[in-house]
Design a protein around this ligand. Structure first.
Ligand SMILES: Cc1ncc(COP(=O)(O)O)c(C=O)c1O
Length: 469
């Protein structure tokens, strides 16, 4: 497709296609039902030599690709965490790709850099984050955590490791046993060694045991290790457990450890004053990440990262080859120095569209709606003798299982598999005290009470069927 005329025509069609998709989304099976190899085996091994028409491409898209898609925007997608989008975010993404901006430095698109600074200041305001934090958009929370750990390593080694590599440093990293695997990955990537990542036990609510953390740090110091980095989980992946920021912050501060807050999922809820007020001790944090691409109606990917010591971040990452020297260097934010990539997408645009198009009141209303739906679902579980809650609800996530006296794990696994095969809804699971547990997450942009009612009804009916099999 080379003509602007055709681009215009196809572009209009594409918006119609997406509008139809959103309208019809409930007709698709939430979880793709294809088997391994189904998609690739239907496509040619070699790329086409001659140009193909958009009509043919879209025809294959409909027949071959779409069946292999899991519909994350389906209102009854209750699995994992949502990766929800919204109309303004999709429209901004179209603009972003059309402009094709590569936002590596201020000069390669001043508006991209300044909108990034502005939107991240807006989030600071909305979430009542400390004034002295500096924000930058990363692609994902995994990257943000890696960036935080590298910055901590450099700051505490006085930037020696970046120069000489590791010499005799024996660093220790701490997180709870429930913290996200992105921490393990960051430790691997930075060559710190898995044995130096200490997983601290949790209490009955799956929150880090802070006394165990301090005891571990004391033990490590006596064995000549240097405590470097503590990760606070503000919402674990399995159960959305919230570690005590304030208590961990005091320990981290006492032993001169960098404290990183992984709020990848639950961070979005900090726009709610009633939730923000329950989070004490944020000022102890050296860095913080949350993902608007999870629960804030911004399509994947957009991860918001804040750091207290901006100079330490930049000193850890900055490299200045001649071709990147500009007259504005040092006077503006050149975000290439604030993370791993040189080339950067213009992600701030979709955040700006979402924030403006919803407004903060509507965003709060949506999150509260999701939390209320989860409360309703929790009350159903609590009042039904065939089900039990495995933990108190956290925000919009309910962890439960069907009661089965003989084989609860097997029964619940069968229940989830059967439900997911139905294509009507999608659930995922976690393990609680070695038991199979079902997670019900209510966070899709389009989810309403009626969807949650349908899901609850289906869970009940399917449990009956599995019992009779
Ligand atoms: C608590 C937590 N941290 C980090 C991540 C990783 O997020 P990302 O996919 O943005 O790297 C997740 C993903 O679900 C998460 O739940």
């Amino acid at each position: 497709m080379e003509s602007i005329k055709e681009f215009r025509e196809q572009g209009h069609k594409m918006i119609d296609y997406l509008a139809d998709y959103f309208e019809k989304i409930e007709q698709y099976p939430v979880k793709s039902q294809v088997k391994p190899g189904d998609v690739i085996n239907m496509l040619p091994n070699m790329p086409p030599t001659n140009a193909e028409s958009m009509k043919d491409i879209m025809s294959d898209f409909n027949d071959i690709i779409l069946p292999g898609i899991t519909h994350w925007q389906h209102p009854r997608f209750h699995a994992y965490f949502p990766a929800n989008n919204s109309y303004p975010s999709v429209l901004a993404e179209i603009l972003t790709s059309g402009l094709g901006v590569q936002a590596m430095i201020w000069e390669t698109s001043p508006a991209a850099a300044e909108l990034e600074e502005l939107t991240l200041n807006w989030f600071k305001e909305m979430m009542q984050l400390p004034e002295n934090w500096h924000g930058v958009i990363q692609d994902t929370a995994s990257t943000a955590t890696l960036v935080a750990l590298l910055t901590a390593r450099e700051k505490y080694s006085e930037f020696v490791i970046n120069q000489q590599g590791y010499t005799n440093q024996k660093y220790r990293i701490y997180c709870s046993s429930q913290a996200h695997s992105s921490i393990d990955k960051a430790v691997k990537i930075l060559g710190i060694g898995n044995e130096n990542l200490v997983k601290i036990p949790v209490n009955q609510n799956f929150e880090m045991d802070v006394i165990a953390l301090e005891n571990q740090i004391i033990k490590d110091i006596s064995n000549n290790y240097t405590p470097l980095f503590v990760v606070v989980a503000l919402g674990t992946t399995g159960t959305v457990a919230i570690d005590s920021l304030d208590a961990i912050g005091k320990v981290a501060n006492k032993y001169n450890c960098w404290m990183h807050v992984d709020a990848a999922y639950a961070g979005s809820a900090m726009i709610l004053p009633e939730f923000r007020e329950t989070i004490k001790g944020l000022e102890w944090a050296d860095s913080f990440v949350f993902n608007p691409h999870k629960w804030l109606f911004t399509n994947f990917d957009a991860s918001v990262y804040y750091v207290k010591d901006k100079d330490a971040l930049i000193n850890s990452f900055a490299i200045l080859p001649a071709y990147l020297r500009t007259h504005t260097y040092g006077k503006v934010n050149d975000y290439r120095d604030w993370g791993i990539q040189l080339g950067r997408r213009f992600r701030a645009l979709k955040l700006w569209f979402v924030l403006r198009s919803f407004g903060t009141d509507k965003l709060k209303e949506k999150l509260r709606e999701h939390i209320n739906l989860a409360k309703w679902f929790e009350s159903k579980i609590n009042s039904d003798p065939n089900f039990e809650l495995l933990l108190p609800r956290s925000l919009n996530v309910v962890v439960f299982r069907a009661i089965h006296s003989l084989h609860p794990d097997e029964f619940n696994e069968k229940l989830v598999t059967k439900i997911n095969k139905s294509g009507k809804m999608y659930l995922s699971h976690t393990i609680i005290d070695e038991n199979y547990a079902i997670r019900m997450v209510i966070g899709n942009t389009r989810v309403t009470k009626s969807h949650v009612e349908q899901s609850w009804k289906q869970i009940n009916e399917t449990a009956e069927k599995v019992k009779s099999e």
